[in-house]
Design a protein around this ligand. Structure first.
Ligand code: CA
Length: 536
């Protein structure tokens, strides 16, 4: 009997074979997982993107797979796709906006029905909030369809926003991806609401420029900004440059490069610097001496990074903060020779901002096993294109969010064996990144966290596995290991699969209501996880 039992058991099946009678599919690693549905795939794509590909798929292949999933969703329920794009985009849930903009562009094509196309075009200003977003959209859509009337009208609408806003977008984001405001205004034939209005003057400036900038600033606010921008190009002294920045709130992009080595110029810029610009320019602020131990600049930066409400409003994504922290703390750029002396107060402020950027999550009081897949495939490529931020390093940071919230947790790691890892939210993130980066790696057995907990007598209500679900090495499937754990301990333990790669697999059984798929680095994920942990 035993050989039959070994060959056809629904309780213990090697990962290289599907569980008999299940809907499992082959994954890319030679094992079997489940395929996620297209809506989960859409979420993974919107949040994680496909930049850099994965261990198993090239960037091109991964992007195509995801685009096909988006098209299937568009055909199943197009308006739902558009709502999802707007939701993810407006809440700043994704580290990068490109996937949402790409999906929106797809939703304006013939692949979607007329109702969906209309909804997508109407959502344009909500998803493409900045000039750069609009240029990305133009580049995507240009490769997918023609510039019909609906599309031209939607772009013209974008430029009908209040004139001061158009002016700000025009001086801050001048061109990108081979597209400029001039190209777009010409294409869409935007007509100002009234002749001789600020809009008309602004459009004329964008398309033709000024023959000669007026000697004194115009009275209209939008045109004053344009005037200051033109003057800045010809500023003759540092004092003049600083005055232009202070009086007209010029953004950094409007300041000619030769002034960007001057501390006083940065000091003026810092007074009104948007949060994302601040996060990106910490190294420069330090290099020019504005951010230094105990300086007023440091106090301002630390206060701004500590303002959770402002972080939220500026949609600063935790990945952006993690990337900034990692680079800033190392004191030198990823490329090039620039160096600086990191100020510890700023590094700590970034560390705090990372946790704050996920918003408030209430502790559940449940017992959590946070299990990181540190296998070879998780060391490949990088999350959101951030150098050195591999899926396994990103997983460690993600796990610390739950660890920082919950009183009862343990962090473990595995590949084809358990791997010792000692990380805690009390450590600074750059240390965690280094520690995780240095771990050994090997094959993949996603059943190990549950087997380990059973063997060690660890009592857990929730297992969270941070993985790409490319499991193949084990003698038993993860869900079977979980069911064993439930049976032998009497605890109705749940499994949350935190997908760290935008592929199509999951180790969670879609038919088991005690299992859930979430997307790594979705800022909404920690709250979704705790709701699921608490649900009956
Ligand atoms: Ca793997």
């Amino acid at each position: 009997m035993t050989y039959l039992n070994n060959l056809f058991s629904t309780k213990t099946t090697p990962q290289s074979e599907p569980i008999p009678g299940s809907t499992q599919v082959p994954n890319s690693a030679g094992g079997y997982s489940w395929g996620v549905d297209d809506w989960t795939r859409l979420d993974r794509f919107l949040i994680l993107g496909s930049e850099g590909g994965s261990y198993y798929a090239s960037e091109r292949a991964l992007t195509l797979e995801n685009a096909e999933a988006v098209v299937r969703c568009l055909q199943a329920d197009g308006p739902r796709v558009v709502r999802r794009i707007v939701e993810v985009s407006e809440a700043g849930r994704a580290p990068k906006t490109d996937p949402a903009i790409f999906a929106l562009a797809l939703a304006t094509t013939e692949r979607a029905n007329a109702e969906t196309r209309r909804a997508a075009l109407a959502a344009l200003p909500r998803v493409c909030r900045t000039g750069t977003h609009l240029f990305h959209f133009a580049a995507y859509v240009d490769g997918m369809r023609g510039w019909g009337r609906g599309l031209r009208t939607a772009v013209a609408e974008w430029y009908a926003r209040p004139a001061e806003q158009v002016a700000y977008q025009a001086v801050k984001y001048q061109s990108r991806d081979g597209w400029s405001h001039r190209d777009l205004l010409r294409l869409c034939h935007a007509k100002p609401a009234a002749p001789e209005s600020a809009h008309q003057e602004l459009y004329r400036w964008i398309v033709k420029g000024w023959d000669e900038a007026p000697e004194t600033a115009p009275t209209e606010e939008a045109l004053r900004l344009v005037w200051a921008f033109e003057r800045a190009k010809r500023a003759e002294s540092r004092a003049e440059m600083v005055r232009l920045i202070r009086e007209h709130r010029l953004p950094r992009e409007a300041v000619p490069t030769q002034w960007l080595t001057e501390a006083e110029v940065w000091e003026a810029l810092l007074e009104d610097m948007p949060m994302t610009a601040l996060v990106r320019n910490l190294a420069t602020l330090t290099r020019v001496g504005l951010v230094a131990p105990l300086s007023a600049g440091t106090a301002r930066v630390v206060a701004q990074l500590g303002d959770a409400e402002r972080l939220r409003r500026a949609r600063v994504h935790p990945i952006g903060l993690l990337a900034a922290l990692k680079t800033y703390a190392q004191g030198h750029g990823e490329r090039g020779r620039s160096t600086w002396q990191p100020v510890p107060a700023v590094v700590d402020a970034l560390d705090g901002a990372f946790y704050a950027s996920f918003g408030n999550v209430q502790p559940t009081g449940k017992r959590w096993v946070l299990a990181l897949d540190v296998s070879g495939s998780m060391t490949w490529s990088s999350v959101a294109g951030v150098p050195g931020l591999t899926p396994r390093v990103a997983s460690a940071a993600m796990a610390l969010i739950t660890a920082a919230t919950e009183p009862h947790y343990t962090v473990t790691a595995f590949c084809d064996r358990m791997v010792r890892i000692g990380i805690s939210p009390r450590q600074r993130l750059d240390d965690v990144v280094r520690a995780t980066d240095g771990l050994p790696f090997g094959g993949t057995d996603c059943a190990l966290p549950m087997l380990w907990a059973l063997e060690q007598g660890v009592e857990a209500d929730v297992f969270v596995v941070y993985t790409d679900s490319e499991t193949w090495h084990g003698k038993i499937h993860p869900v079977q290991a979980l069911r064993q754990y439930r049976e032998r301990t009497g605890i109705a333990a749940k499994l949350i699969v935190c997908g760290m790669v935008a592929n199509g697999f999951t180790i969670a059984d879609p038919a088991d209501r005690g299992m859930l798929d979430v997307v790594g680095f979705d800022t909404a994920t920690p709250a979704v996880m705790s709701d699921f942990a608490l649900a009956e």
